[in-house]
Write a protein that binds this ligand. Structure first.
Ligand code: 26Q
Length: 830
C-alpha cells in the first residue's frame, strides 16, 4: 500500500545465487542454529535441528523467490491468481530439497552432523490447510505452475488451526486442534507491510456527484486488517519460486492507538481478540455446505484482501488505465468458495475506480474462470439473502443488479419460457431467499469447468444444463492431476530410482514418458526389482501399523487401501460389508480363499457428520472382532489408521496393492487418490465414476477391476423406484452380513449401536450399496485370483504406472493455460 512497501536499498545486492557446496550448506545450518535460534550442540533439540536445516533450505528459496517476483514485474507478465479457501500443502522440507536439486547435498551434510533427512522430516508439522481433494489439488497445481515457469500466485487464508487431528479412542473418532504454528513455521515470511482493511456490515449511502453521476458509498462498517504471510513455492529444478500468499486477520484497533485511550481499555482488547478469530480455524466440512456467518466472513475477508493486492500490483504498471486488466490477469476460482470476488471486483471498479457498469462487467467476466468440484446438492453454496445483506450490504445490491441484467438476457434468449428464469436466477425464490453462488460464478466467468470427463458431462447435461444451452462455449473439462514430484519422487524414492534407471529421469517433468516402461513389464529381472521395492514399502508400513495400532499384518498379504474423507457417497460401508462377508466365507471354510488380505482404512469424518462417525466406529468394531478371531488364522486383518492426511498418504500409497475407488457412479467429481495409487503401482478396484473412467482408458481393461452400475444405470435404477430391501432378501451373504451388524455381533455392549446404519441401508440406501454389492464381491474374488499369481500382478502393476502419464497436474495446468489463462512461461535466469 503506502510507501512503507517501497524498497529504500540503493546498493546492488543481486550478485547471483548462494553457493550449493556441502561446505556452504553446513555453514549455513550452523549459522542458523547459532545466530537465528541461539542454540549450540548441547542445547539443540530435534526441533532446533529441523528449524536450522529448514532455514538453510529457505535461504535458497528466498533468493530465487525475489528474483522470480522481480522478473515477473520487469517483464510485465500476464499473471494467474489461484483463489482457494484451502491449500493442503503437507510438509515442505523434502519437497523443497527435491525441487531445488539439493537432496544429495543436504543428505550428506545432515548425516555428517549426526542426523538424517528422515529424522528431520519427522519433526515437521503438516500444513493441513484443507479438507481433502479440493485443497490437495490446489497444492499440486502450485507445484506444477512453478515447474512450468508460469507467473502464478496462490491466495488463501493463514488458518491458525488447520484440519483437526484425529485420534481413535474405543473405536470412535476424537478431534483435537491442529497446532501447526505452535513453534512457528520456517517456510512463511511475514509481510506486515502488506496490510489491507476489509470492511463488514454497515449500509450503503447513495448520492449524485457534481457531474450528476450516481455514487454508492459503504458507510457505518467495521473493519478487519488482512496481513500477508508468504510461502515460497519452488518449481522442479528450475529457478522459479512462486508465491503462496495467505492472509491473517489482525485487529484494525492495533493501528488506531487512540482507540485504547477511549476509556474502556479492556473492552478494546477483547474486541481485538474477537476480530482475530476470523482466520483462526479451517471449517472441517468436506463436500457439505454450512451457512455460518463466520465462514462467509472468511470467504469475503480473503477475497477482498486478494483483490486489493491484485489491483495494487496492476496499478504499479498501468496506473488507472483498466483497459488492459483482463489481458494482464486471470483469476481462477477454486469452486464457489471465493465467488464473492465477482461482486467485489465490480464494486472496486465501479465504486472505487469510477468505471461504468458495462466496462466493469466486461473486465470482470473476461478475468474470472470457475472450477466446479462437486455435484452433491448438499455441497452447493447457497447463502441466505438476509445474511449476505447484513454482512455485505453493497455486494447484495451488486448481485441483484447482475441478476436483473442477466435475467433480461435469458428472457431474450428463451422467450416465453418462464420456468427457465426461476431455474437460472442467481437469487433463488422461496421462504428464505438464497443466493446461488454457482449461478453467480457461471454468470460472472468466461469459463466453467468440471474436473473429469464424466463430471464435466454431468455438469453440462444435468447440474448446469440451462447455462450450457445458453453459453455452450463457456463449458470445458479439465481432468485433474497430481504432482509426480511429491507423489512419486518424494514419497517413493526406491520406485522412482528404478524407473529412472530404466527410462531416464525426464519422466519427472514429462510424465507421459512413463509409457516407456511398458516393455519392462515382461522383463523378469526388472519385475523382480519392482516387486522388491513394493515389498520393502509394505514392510515399512507394516512396522508403522504395528507401532500405531498394535496389529501385526503380513507384508505378503494384499494391502487393500481405502483412504479418503469418510462420506456416505464414497461408500466405505460397502468395503466394510465386503470385509464381513469375506470373514463369513473364511469362517465357513478357511481354505475357500488362499489370498491373505489386509484391509486398510484411513480418513476423517466432519465433526458434525453423525453417520460418518458411526461408520468409523463400525470399521473399528469389525476390525476388533476379525483381528482377534483365531479361526481366521491371520488370513484377514482390518486396520483403521488414525489421522489420515498428506503425510500418512505418503506412507500408505507406496505400499498399496489395491486402491479402493468405489463411490456410487456419478457422485465423485474426479478423485485424485485414485491417480496417486496407480502412479505407485497399485491396481484399482472401482466404479465407472470420476477419473476412474479415464484411468480405465489409459491402463486398459485388463489392468483394472471395474464393477457396479454406471452413472446411467444409477439414474435408471433411481427413477424406476429402487428398493434396497429386495436385494437384502434375495442375496444370502448380504442378508447374513446385515443381520450380524443389526443384531449386535460387532457391538456386544449395545446391540442397537449400528441400527441407524442398517436401517438406512435397508429402507433408503441412497448410494445404492446393495445394488452394487454382488458385483463388488465377485470382483474382489477376481482380485484374489490375480494377486496370488505374482507374475501377473506385477506385470499389471507396471502397466498401471506406465499408463499414469496423463494424470500429471503438469498436463492439467498446461490445459488450463492453453484454454483459459493464456500466459507465457517466464523462465528465471540463474
Ligand atoms: C463450503 C461452504 C461452507 C463450508 C464448507 C464448504 C466446502 C468445503 C470443502 C464444500 C466442499 C468442499 C470440498 C470439496 C471437494 O474436496 N471436492 C473434491 O474435489 C476434488 C478435486 O477436484 C475431486 O477430485 C473430488 O472428487 C471432489 O469430491
Amino acid at each position: 500500500m503506502h510507501n512503507s512497501q517501497e524498497s529504500v536499498i540503493k546498493i546492488e545486492i543481486d550478485s547471483g545465487f548462494k553457493c550449493k557446496s556441502r561446505d556452504s550448506i553446513k555453514k549455513s545450518i550452523l549459522n542458523h542454529l547459532t545466530y537465528t535460534l541461539s542454540k549450540d550442540k548441547f542445547s539443540a533439540t530435534k526441533l532446533d535441528i529441523y528449524m536450522s536445516v529448514a532455514l538453510a533450505v529457505k535461504d535458497y528459496l528466498s533468493e530465487r523467490w525475489s528474483k522470480t517476483q522481480r522478473t515477473y514485474h520487469n517483464e510485465k507478465a500476464k499473471r494467474v491468481y489461484y483463489l482457494s479457501l484451502e491449500f493442503l500443502m503437507g510438509k515442505s522440507f523434502l519437497n523443497s530439497l527435491v525441487n531445488l536439486g539439493l537432496y544429495d547435498e543436504f543428505n550428506d551434510v545432515v548425516k555428517e552432523l549426526g542426523s538424517s533427512l528422515e529424522e528431520i522430516d519427522a519433526a515437521e508439522f503438516d500444513a493441513g490447510l484443507g479438507n481433502g481433494g479440493l485443497g490437495r489439488l490446489a497444492a499440486c497445481f502450485l507445484d506444477s505452475m512453478a515447474t512450468m515457469e508460469l507467473p502464478a500466485y496462490g491466495y488463501g487464508i493463514r488458518y491458525e488451526y488447520g484440519i483437526f487431528f484425529q485420534r481413535i479412542a474405543n473405536g470412535y473418532q476424537i478431534e483435537t486442534p491442529d497446532p501447526w504454528l505452535r513453534y512457528g513455521s520456517p517456510w512463511e515470511i511475514p509481510r506486515p507491510e502488506y496490510l489491507y482493511p476489509v470492511k463488514f456490515y454497515g449500509y450503503v449511502q447513495t448520492s449524485t456527484d457534481a457531474e450528476g453521476k450516481y455514487i454508492c458509498e459503504w458507510k457505518g462498517f467495521s473493519d478487519v486488517m488482512a496481513m500477508a504471510y508468504d510461502i515460497p513455492i519452488p518449481g522442479y529444478k528450475n529457478n522459479t519460486v512462486n508465491n503462496l500468499r495467505l492472509w491473517a486477520a489482525k485487529s484494525s484497533r492495533d493501528f488506531d492507538l487512540s482507540y485504547f485511550n477511549h476509556g474502556n481499555y479492556e473492552q478494546a482488547v477483547s474486541d481485538k481478540v474477537i476480530t482475530e478469530t476470523l482466520s483462526k480455524v479451517l471449517y472441517p466440512n468436506d463436500n457439505v455446505f454450512e451457512g455460518k456467518e463466520l465462514r462467509l466472513k472468511q470467504e469475503y475477508f480473503f477475497v477482498s484482501a486478494t483483490l486489493q493486492d491484485i489491483v495494487r500490483r496492476y496499478k504499479k504498471s498501468h496506473a488507472k488505465d483498466f483497459s488492459r486488466f483482463s489481458d494482464m490477469n486471470a483469476i481462477q476460482l477454486n469452486d464457489t468458495h471465493p465467488a464473492i470476488a465477482i461482486a467485489e471486483l465490480m464494486r472496486l471498479l465501479i465504486d472505487i475506480e469510477g468505471l461504468s457498469w458495462d466496462e466493469s462487467w466486461a473486465i470482470t467476466t473476461k478475468t474470472f474462470a470457475y472450477t466446479n468440484h462437486t455435484v452433491l446438492p448438499e455441497a452447493l453454496e447457497r447463502w441466505s439473502i438476509g445474511l449476505l445483506a447484513k454482512v455485505l450490504p453493497r455486494h447484495i445490491q451488486i448481485i441483484f443488479e447482475i441478476n436483473s441484467r442477466f435475467l433480461s438476457e435469458v428472457a431474450g434468449k428463451f422467450p416465453g419460457d418462464n420456468n427457465i428464469l426461476g431455474r437460472m436466477s442467481i437469487i433463488e425464490e422461496g421462504e428464505d431467499k438464497k443466493v446461488s453462488m454457482a449461478n453467480l460464478a457461471i454468470v460472472g466467468s468466461h469459463s466453467v469447468n468440471g474436473v473429469s470427463a464424466l463430471h464435466s458431462g454431468i455438469i453440462k447435461d444435468t447440474l448446469f444444463k440451462d447455462f450450457y444451452l445458453m453459453w455452450p462455449e463457456k463449458f470445458n473439462n479439465k481432468t485433474n492431476g497430481i504432482t509426480p514430484r511429491r507423489w512419486l519422487t518424494v514419497c517413493n524414492p526406491a520406485l522412482s530410482n528404478l524407473i529412472t534407471e530404466a527410462i531416464g529421469e525426464e519422466w519427472v517433468k514429462d510424465l507421459s514418458r512413463l509409457k516407456k516402461l511398458t516393455p519392462f513389464a515382461v522383463d523378469s529381472s526388472f519385475c523382480e526389482k519392482w516387486e522388491k521395492v513394493k515389498v520393502e514399502n509394505k514392510n515399512r508400513l507394516a512396522e508403522y501399523i504395528l507401532k500405531t495400532n498394535g496389529v501385526k499384518v503380513d507384508p505378503q498379504s494384499i494391502f487393500d487401501c481405502q483412504i479418503k474423507r469418510i462420506h456416505e457417497y464414497k461408500r466405505q460401508l460397502l468395503n466394510v460389508l465386503h470385509a464381513i462377508s469375506l470373514y463369513n466365507i473364511l469362517k465357513e471354510n478357511p481354505k475357500a480363499i488362499n489370498c491373505k488380505r489386509t484391509v486398510i482404512f484411513g480418513g476423517k469424518a466432519a465433526p458434525g457428520y453423525y453417520t460418518a462417525k458411526l461408520i468409523i466406529k463400525l470399521a473399528n468394531s469389525v476390525a476388533d472382532v476379525i483381528n482377534n478371531d483365531p479361526a481366521i488364522d491371520d488370513k484377514l486383518k482390518i486396520v483403521f489408521l488414525a489421522n489420515y492426511g498428506v503425510s500418512l498418504a505418503e506412507k500408505i500409497i507406496p505400499a498399496a496393492n489395491l486402491s479402493e475407488q468405489i463411490s456410487t457412479a456419478g457422485t465423485e467429481a474426479s478423485g485424485t487418490g485414485n491417480m496417486k495409487f496407480a502412479l505407485n503401482g497399485a491396481l484399482t478396484i472401482g466404479t465407472l465414476d470420476g477419473a476412474n473412467v479415464e484411468i480405465l482408458e489409459e491402463v486398459g481393461k485388463d489392468n483394472i477391476f471395474i464393477f457396479g452400475h454406471d452413472s446411467n444405470e444409477v439414474n435408471q435404477l433411481k427413477s424406476s423406484g429402487y428398493c434396497s430391501y429386495n436385494y437384502y432378501n434375495s442375496i444370502d451373504s448380504l442378508k447374513q452380513t446385515i443381520n450380524m451388524i443389526s443384531s449386535g455381533f460387532f457391538s456386544r455392549d449395545d446391540a442397537n449401536r449400528f441400527k441407524p446404519i442398517t436401517d438406512s441401508l435397508l429402507y433408503n440406501d441412497h448410494y445404492l450399496l446393495f445394488a452394487d454389492y454382488e458385483s463388488y464381491m465377485e470382483t474382489q474374488r477376481q482380485v484374489e485370483k490375480e494377486f496370488v499369481d505374482k507374475k501377473i500382478w506385477t506385470r499389471k502393476s507396471v502397466f498401471n504406472v506406465a499408463g499414469s502419464g496423463k494424470f500429471s497436474s503438469d498436463r492439467t495446468i498446461a490445459e488450463y493455460n492453453s484454454d483459459i489463462w493464456r500466459l507465457k512461461p517466464v523462465p528465471i535466469k540463474p
